[in-house]
Design a protein. Structure first.
Length: 435
């Protein structure tokens, strides 16, 4: 039985005749990402299959995911940020009907193999990308910190338009947690908010590590890039290395901790107090929402004694750093609405659909540019609507009319809600006093 089975397999393998044809076209991909024809031989030693439909009958073409055309399509779509399941759908629509459908796994395997072959070349492809961009964007800034053996350690970049935007909107969110180790290098974007309340990118960095000296290097080059203009305010997580670097490089900048991270840690570090004391949550909430410094300090003293808060290292440390997060200490600084959970989510969504956990470095900077362009298109769309839409006022008061002239459409909508609420409260108080 085994011999017969073997003979049958041999017969199947021999159905396709090999002629030793040397005809070929070789187009390898270069380190800069471009393709180059390096050899071509058009001499065949056999009759050619003359029609596309017959060509697809060959075994090499029936396995479309193994064909040059199929692999090329999958790699290109992968570089554009599509997921394997999305690539599968597109490729199956593009191929001829007499070829077997490709699967998501086949797409993922092809892309993975391509990336393995090009690993180690990404950083140099990334640098070449910035060098090429300088020819079309003379205001672009990029700097590479090299190790002793000449390998890139830290990279910072900002295009000309982002630098210009920073001169207008100098409130900054700095976050190294998003996609932190996609490339086994922390990605650190500098983001802000424009005149429409939209998230914008001021610049980005890929770092060797998250040490204090690395952040110092980055902030120094950010400052140099931005015409030596300090950020008016900067929002970060509670990382001590970042905080120390800000003190050294941005001494004139108000540093605030992101409220989203504080809320996240509160749940973790104060859980035992919530379960032990029935009134702790309300007492803690009142302390957090204090309106004045005096009120904040008085409520802290009550809470500290009542719940023996000295034993909790986290909240004691938070109290010692109160100037970086407590509302009464930050009333004089404008943060452009950048401390909410919504803003954090908005920053994270900036790159959604453009990059994923397997994006290569040299692909990433291309997708980064696409993400920036997408947001820029959104900004121009809002600019157009502001210029060409008619204001709808909720009152005849000149203050509201003046605000309509000064603010963009989105910002005026925000103002109008607060204005209407203020007028309603004032009217209610007036009626209460007269009755």
């Amino acid at each position: 039985m085994e011999k017969n089975a073997s003979s049958e397999n041999e017969k199947k393998r021999c159905r396709y005749v090999r002629t030793g044809c040397q005809a070929k076209l070789r187009i390898p991909r270069q380190e800069d990402g471009k393709w180059l024809v390096d050899s071509f031989n058009d001499t065949h030693n056999h009759d050619l299959t003359m029609t596309p439909t017959k060509v697809m009958k060959h075994r090499s073409h029936s396995n479309f995911h193994r064909s040059i055309e199929g692999k090329s399509l999958m790699v290109q779509f992968g570089q554009a940020g599509l997921k394997p399941s999305q690539i599968k759908n597109v490729v199956n629509m593009m191929k001829t009907s007499n070829v077997a459908d490709v699967t998501s796994k086949q797409c993922a395997d092809v892309i993975s193999e391509h990336r393995k072959q090009h690993r180690g070349k990404e950083l140099y492809g990334l640098i070449k990308h910035f060098q090429d961009k300088t020819s079309v964007d003379s205001d672009q800034y990029f700097i590479v910190d090299l190790s002793d053996d000449g390998y890139p350690r830290n990279i910072f970049w900002a295009n000309g338009r982002s630098r210009d935007a920073y001169t207008k909107f100098r409130d900054v969110v700095f976050d190294v947690t998003y996609m932190a180790y996609i490339f086994k290098m922390p990605f650190a974007p500098f983001t802000g908010v424009n005149h429409h309340g939209q998230s914008i990118l001021f610049g980005g960095a890929l770092l060797e590590n998250e040490k204090e000296e690395t952040f110092e290097w980055l902030f120094e080059h950010f400052l140099k890039c931005m015409f030596d203009k300090y950020p008016k305010a900067i929002i970060t997580d509670q990382d001590k290395a970042i905080g120390n670097a800000i003190k050294k490089v941005f001494p004139k900048t108000r540093h605030r901790f992101c409220s989203w991270y504080i809320s996240k840690h509160e749940t973790e570090y104060l859980r035992s107090y919530v379960s032990r004391y029935g009134d702790f949550q309300e007492t803690h909430k009142q302390w957090i929402n204090s309106d004045t410094i005096e009120q904040f300090e008085a409520r802290w003293e009550i809470m500290r004694i009542k719940y023996v808060m000295e034993k909790n290292c986290w909240i004691s440390d938070m109290y010692n750093q109160r100037i970086h997060w407590a509302k009464p200490f930050l009333k004089d600084i404008f943060f452009a609405g950048m401390t909410t959970t919504g803003r954090s989510e908005s920053i994270n969504s900036f790159f959604d659909g453009f990059v994923n956990s397997k994006t290569m470095l040299n692909e990433f900077v291309v997708q980064y540019d696409k993400a920036v362009k997408s947001r820029r298109d959104d900004e121009e769309d809002e600019d157009f609507k502001t210029m060409n839409s008619r204001l709808v006022l909720s009152s005849v008061h000149p203050i509201e009319a003046k605000a309509g002239q000064c603010y963009t459409r989105k910002m005026f909508d925000t103002f109008k809600k607060e204005w209407t609420e203020a007028i309603t409260n004032l009217t209610h108080e007036t009626l209460t006093k007269t009755t």
